[in-house]
Design a protein around this ligand. Structure first.
Ligand code: URA
Length: 239
């Protein structure tokens, strides 16, 4: 990797800014002053120091965000706020992007990462990664509707949804909440599934992806990095 990219990714400023610290002779590679910001260095095999301090380099970032309502799952938008707008320069230097989408009015677990391979694995329909949602419905739900949601319902384009798991949490008049676990991610899938059984989603929150649950300490709009253990669990093949 180029030295300027390595330094920028390690938090020493923009590529332009790191040029000046290299010029000032503050950067050493394997004990020798670096001269050329375009030179290639291998952070795993070579020691890079800035003002004598070894740099703390890592390639990837994995952020668990409790996505708030009203914010787009995108990296940029000319008019509307995106989840990336909620991050600070400390995280932005890794150029994270949302791994998948939640609707603007959906809350809950959104992974932001720059690890394209992990994002691909989590989103690939072939990998069957389960995603669990807390779904608040407008009307009460019958056991028959729960069975239909589980066995598959027809949504847009005549597509039949794959087997899912549905569980009633509350089913009083005016307060119907289910947990729905699906392994695919068709457009507005949960809302479409609710519509298919004559119901309507009034609030939606993603609670988990794979075997990793949203940290209940995160308020909407808050985020933290995944722990190593959570990352391992996300990387495990799904059963
Ligand atoms: N299904 C939906 O309908 N919306 C989401 O945001 C996620 C799943």
């Amino acid at each position: 990797m180029r030295l300027d990219k390595l330094l920028a990714n390690s938090g020493y400023g923009s590529r332009k800014e790191v040029k000046s610290i290299v010029k000032a002779g503050a950067v050493m590679v394997d004990g020798k002053p670096a001269k050329d910001v375009k030179a290639h260095v291998d952070p795993d095999a070579q020691e890079v120091t800035v003002y004598g301090e070894p740099i703390d380099y890592r390639e990837f970032i994995y952020i668990m965000m409790n996505k708030p309502q009203g914010v787009l799952s995108a990296t940029e938008d000319s008019r509307q706020k995106t989840v990336v707008d909620l991050l600070t320069p400390d995280e932005l230097r890794f150029e994270p992007f949302p791994a998948g989408r939640l609707d603007k009015d959906t809350e809950g677990f959104l992974l932001l990462t720059n690890d394209g391979q992990l994002a691909h694995r989590l989103l690939s329909p072939k990998k069957h990664v389960p995603k669990t949602y807390e779904v608040h419905l407008k009307s009460q739900i019958s056991p028959e509707d729960i069975t239909s949601l589980e066995t598959g319902v027809f949504i847009e384009g005549g597509y039949k949804t794959k087997p899912a798991q549905a569980e009633i949490k509350a089913n009083d008049k005016g307060h119907t909440v289910i947990y729905l676990t699906i392994t695919e991610g068709k457009y507005h899938q949960v809302k479409q599934m609710a519509n298919a059984v004559g119901n309507e989603v009034i609030y939606l929150k993603r609670l988990s992806m794979g075997r990793v649950s949203l940290d209940p300490a995160l308020e909407p709009g808050e985020y933290r990095e995944l722990t190593e253990e959570e990352l391992e669990r996300l990387n495990e093949p799904q059963v």
